[in-house]
Each structure stands twice: as C-alpha cells, then as structure tokens.
Design a protein around this ligand. Structure first.
Ligand SMILES: Nc1ncnc2c1ncn2[C@@H]1O[C@H](COP(=O)(O)OP(=O)(O)O)[C@@H](O)[C@H]1O
Ligand SMILES: O=P(O)(O)OC[C@H]1O[C@](O)(COP(=O)(O)O)[C@@H](O)[C@@H]1O
Length: 311
C-alpha cells in the first residue's frame, strides 16, 4: 500500500470565470468542488493508476466531514486525525479566454501539541503497513517547520520509503531528513537554493546535484509546460513534453508525484519513472478540476514524452 499524508487538507474549488478581473462582481456559472490539498490529489491519481492507497492527514469541522464524504464517494480509503476548527477552502479561478489562473489558499485550522502526537502515532502505524509514504503540502498553523523532517524519520524507521512535496520553511527543514524523493517546482527550488523564481538550467542543475549529494536519492524539479529536470541516484535528466492545450494545471505537481511513486513501487527505470510522472502531471493539466487524470491520456502521453540523460 501507498499512504499519502495531507496535514492541511482542503476543499479545492475551481471557478471558471471568463474575463476575470479585480473590482468586479461575477455570478459563477461553472464550479467544481473536490476533496483536495496536495496529498489527497496524489492519492486520487495513485488510485486511478491502479495501486492500493490510503489518504491520511488532519481534517477539521464541517469541511473536514465533507472531505471525508467525498473521499468515501470516490472509494479512496481514508484514515485521518480529526481536529478542532475548520479545514480550509482553496479557491482556483480560471479564465479560459486569457488563460489566467488565480489561486486563493486559506491557512487552515490550528493544531495542538496533542494533535501532533496523534499524527506521529498515525504516521508510524500507517508507515508500518506501507511501501511508500508521501507527505504533501503546507503545514497548518501550530506545526513546527521541522515537523516533516520528524515524520520522515518516523516513516523511515517504520520501514516505508518517505517522499516529501512541500514548500517554504517546511521544505527547507524537511530536506534535512533526506527523504527518498522531493519534487519542488521552479519557484520552490528557487526559494530553497536562493536562486531566481524563473529557474534556468544553469541554476537548477547545480541545485539538484547539491541536494543529491546531501543524501536525497531523487530530486525532480518540475517546470510546468517546460517539463522537468531531475536527478536520480547521481545522474541528471531533462524531461520534455509534447505541446498540449492545458485547461487547468492546478494539481499537476501532485499528479506527477503520484506517477513517480507508482513508478518506484513498480520498479521502473529512472527514465520510465520520469516519463510516468510527467505523463500524469500533463494529463492532469488537460482536466478541468485539480488532481484528476484520465488513464487514456496518461498512456498516450507516455509515448510522446522524452527523457534524455544530461549528466
Ligand atoms: N501547462 C502545462 N502543459 C503541459 N504539462 C504541464 C503543464 N503544467 C504542468 N504540466 C505537467 O505537470 C508537471 C508538474 O507541473 P508543475 O506546474 O511544474 O508543478 P506544480 O503544480 O507543483 O507547480 C510538469 O512537469 C508537466 O509534466
Ligand atoms: O498545501 P498547499 O501548499 O497550501 O497547497 C494547496 C493547493 O495545492 C494543490 O494541491 C495544487 O498543488 P499543485 O498544483 O502543486 O499540484 C491544490 O489542489 C491545493 O489547493
């Protein structure tokens, strides 16, 4: 089994608002609301790829109940710690005409030291039954920035392969525990290494080398429609994509993580793993709501994505 941990679970709402601009009133005609937050999206795509998965993390309040209800409807096994407060809404406003995408992400509930202890126990128990455990997304209020580093250690001690996909201080602290795989995007790698936000190969490749040298086996830096640069066990790769008509790239990073983890579970080569990850990321960008892929798209993209060894 693969476990995903979403400490800051969310209801992901996508509004389609043609001509969206500031200082105006809109009546939203097209809306989707799904159980989300990064790890839940990862779980959905792992399941779509046919692997057994359990979604975990913190849920809170009525929104938390709705997240669990939606996971139940989708048949995704859930094993969360329920806390006081209210799980967040993450709003994504798409303007298809102009191709803009605006995200408003709430902070989420505040967790207590007792909640954190319950989560440490939950991670230890789930990791003992899992081949891989994926920690994704921002930390809710009340979590120390080093929490992921601690959970990665707990997971590793329990026998699971730990994967981390987060940002900011949580990523900075988390990499110190050498997870087996990290997947920063271009902004996240820039912040992690002090480089620019518009990551160039000259900046990203040395950063990947440094992270691998620190003990992280796989470093995949996703670059949106530009594909990805990656380091796997000391070797460097460039991933290039076919041109596609993307509709909504929110959740593409999560879908890519799902593909990478499933590839590792199946023992695919470094190249084939990167292809499956990128195919899932790009397949998600073709869907209107976050964290969804069609298997047909994944299979067809797998034949069109190229991976070359560059170092
Ligand atoms: N506009 C897009 N067109 C095609 N593929 C995309 C697009 N956006 C994302 N992807 C795919 O999803 C992967 C992850 O996307 P990215 O936007 O870099 O991650 P994140 O969602 O974490 O910011 C990319 O490497 C690529 O394979
Ligand atoms: O936990 P964070 O970092 O606040 O991110 C939450 C948001 O990330 C998403 O999971 C999308 O992430 P990606 O586009 O990086 O895959 C949204 O669905 C969610 O609302």
């Amino acid at each position: 089994m693969i476990t995903t941990v979403t400490l800051n679970a969310a209801i992901d709402k996508t509004y389609i608002v043609p001509g969206f601009a500031l200082d105006k009133l809109y009546r939203v005609e097209q809306m989707t609301a799904t159980a989300g937050g990064k790890g839940i999206n990862v779980a959905r795509v792992i399941r779509a790829l046919g692997e057994e998965v359990t979604a975990s993390g913190f849920t809170a309040g009525f929104h938390g109940q709705m997240i669990l209800h939606k996971l139940g409807e989708e048949g995704i096994p859930a094993d969360f710690v329920h806390v006081e407060g209210e799980s967040r809404v993450c709003l994504n406003i798409l303007d298809p005409g102009r191709g803009t995408q605006t995200e408003l992400l709430e902070q989420g509930p505040a967790v207590t030291p007792a909640d954190l202890d319950a989560m440490r126990d939950k991670v230890a128990a789930l990791a003992a039954q899992s081949t891989h455990i994926v920690f994704s997304g921002s930390l809710p209020q009340g979590c120390p920035p080093a929490l992921y580093a601690e959970l990665v250690e707990i997971a590793r001690r329990a026998g699971a392969i730990p994967i981390l996909d987060t940002s900011g201080a949580a990523l900075e602290e988390g990499v110190k525990s050498s997870p087996a795989l990290i997947k920063p995007n271009e902004h996240e790698i820039g912040k992690l290494t002090g480089g620019g936000a518009d990551a160039s190969e000259d900046e990203v490749l040395p950063a990947i080398r440094r992270l691998m040298a620190s003990g992280i086996e796989r470093v995949v830096v996703s670059l949106g429609a530009r594909g990805a640069l990656a380091g796997v066990r000391g070797a460097l790769y460039r991933v290039t994509l076919p041109p596609v008509e993307a509709i909504n790239p929110v959740g593409s990073g999560d879908s890519m993580v799902a593909g990478l983890v499933v590839a590792d579970k199946r023992g695919l080569s470094a190249e084939d793993g990167l292809i499956l990850g990128a195919a899932c990321g790009t397949a998600n960008s073709l869907m209107p709501s976050a964290g969804q892929v069609r298997l047909d798209d994944v299979e067809s993209l797998r034949t069109q994505i190229h991976v070359e060894r560059i170092g």
